[in-house]
Design a protein around this ligand. Structure first.
Ligand SMILES: Cc1ncc(COP(=O)(O)O)c(C=O)c1O
Length: 391
């Protein structure tokens, strides 16, 4: 790298080189197509646009914004969409502020799959809401239906949030929605992790099952730029959320993000179903391959997963961090929850054979083989799968 490009570019290049040689199993990440990446570095990266129009020079921006909304409605078969929130977390704040300010939120505990942003001292305290946790299965990371219904009936929370950060199986949207609606509550579904699977029609369909709102990051199983989307069929819900956007949770909505997102929606309209189906197949296959090598996983008796994630059964935080660090020494990137996600490897075109290979590499890493040897094989694998597919 030439010195004239500066220190920042040196670091950027070093990062790109490093990540291109490592195998990414973080379920909250993905890779963008070249077209979507390019959209991030267009003139849009430095522009402003507001509704109603305030800035001149934005005729194409408004056309793009309307188009992005139109194809989002088409992809998710919904009447209303909001593309303004800059991230899943911001969308969660918007939904909580709109429907649960100084009221009550019921959701899953973060230890068993709920989004950590809903821990009491975080979003609930920020919007002055009381937090009540849903009873959950500690093996499957799903809400318990009868016990959950009892909690909802007792507390009558204004906002119930299903979905979450560790999600192996569909959540009981259908089972909870009637009860929530009976007393006038709102059922939201945080699809940050599974949005790409929902787009592909291979996971649950929360809106059709009775959720009032789906909100999600656009960069986990949905392989777009970092950002968020909110979906609803309810005009009142749409109106209330819209009233809390400008100069409350956002001003400029980052138009290069919007552009890259629109490109990704086009890709998902065309290839989303095949991609999403393959993501889940790969997750199941990676899980059974790891299991056959003696690595313990959650939800074994239920086939490990119906999503992109699998969760290693490791008893404590310290041990989980050790596993994450050991894997990184061997060129395999995971998080400290030790959840693995097959979204990125699938987008690179990997299939059953590679899942078996990855399971063996993980096993060898955890068995204490020389990290250099494992890393070398990871690099060979990554070299073969360096292009983005399904786009
Ligand atoms: C379930 C869930 N919701 C929200 C978020 C926050 O999303 P973002 O990183 O887009 O702000 C996350 C982050 O990983 C998540 O797992």
């Amino acid at each position: 790298m030439s010195k004239s490009l500066g220190k920042a570019w040196e670091i950027i290049r070093a990062h790109e080189k490093y990540r291109s040689k490592t195998l990414n199993l973080i379920p909250s990440e993905n890779i963008l197509s070249l077209k979507a990446l390019k959209a991030l570095s267009t003139d849009l990266a430095g522009r402003y646009a507001l509704r109603p129009e305030f800035y001149a020079g934005t005729r194409y921006i408004h056309e793009l914004w309307n188009y992005a909304e139109e194809i989002t409605r088409k992809l998710f078969k919904v009447d209303y969409v909001l593309l303004e929130p800059l991230s899943g977390h911001v969308a969660a704040i918007l939904v909580s502020h709109t429907f649960a300010k100084n009221r009550r939120i019921v959701t899953l505990p973060s230890e068993y799959g709920g989004y950590p942003g809903y821990e009491k001292i975080k979003i609930p305290d920020l919007v002055g809401a009381e937090l009540v946790e849903l009873p959950v299965s500690k093996e499957y990371f799903t809400p318990l239906i009868e016990e959950g219904i009892r909690v909802i009936e007792e507390y009558k929370p204004e906002l119930v949030v299903l979905g979450g950060s560790m999600i192996l199986f569909p959540h009981p949207v259908r089972e909870f929605s009637d009860i929530v609606h009976r007393y006038g509550g709102i059922l939201a579904y945080d699809a940050s992790h599974v949005l790409g699977l929902i787009a592909g029609g291979v996971f649950q369909d929360p809106i059709r099952e009775g959720a009032d709102i789906v909100y999600a990051s656009t960069h986990k199983t949905f392989p777009g730029p970092q950002g968020a989307v909110i979906l609803t069929n309810d005009p009142e819900v749409y109106k209330k959320l819209s009233e809390n956007i400008y100069h409350k949770i956002v001003d400029n909505i980052h138009l290069n993000r919007l552009a890259a997102y629109a490109v990704t929606v086009e890709e998902m309209l065309k290839y989303g179903q095949t991609y999403a189906k393959k993501v889940i197949e790969n997750a199941k296959h990676l899980a059974s391959s790891l299991d056959s090598l003696g690595i313990h996983l959650k939800a074994r008796d239920k086939g490990y997963t119906e999503s992109h994630q699998i969760i290693l059964d490791i008893p404590d935080d310290e041990a989980r961090i050790k596993v994450r660090n050991r894997l990184e020494e061997c060129g395999i990137i995971a998080d400290a929850g030790v959840r693995f996600g097959t979204n990125e490897v699938t987008r690179r075109g990997m299939g059953k054979r590679e899942m078996e290979k990855i399971a063996k590499l993980i096993h060898r890493a955890l068995e204490g083989e020389d990290p250099k040897k494992v890393k070398r094989e990871v690099q060979i694998l990554m070299k073969k799968f360096s292009t983005v597919r399904f786009c």
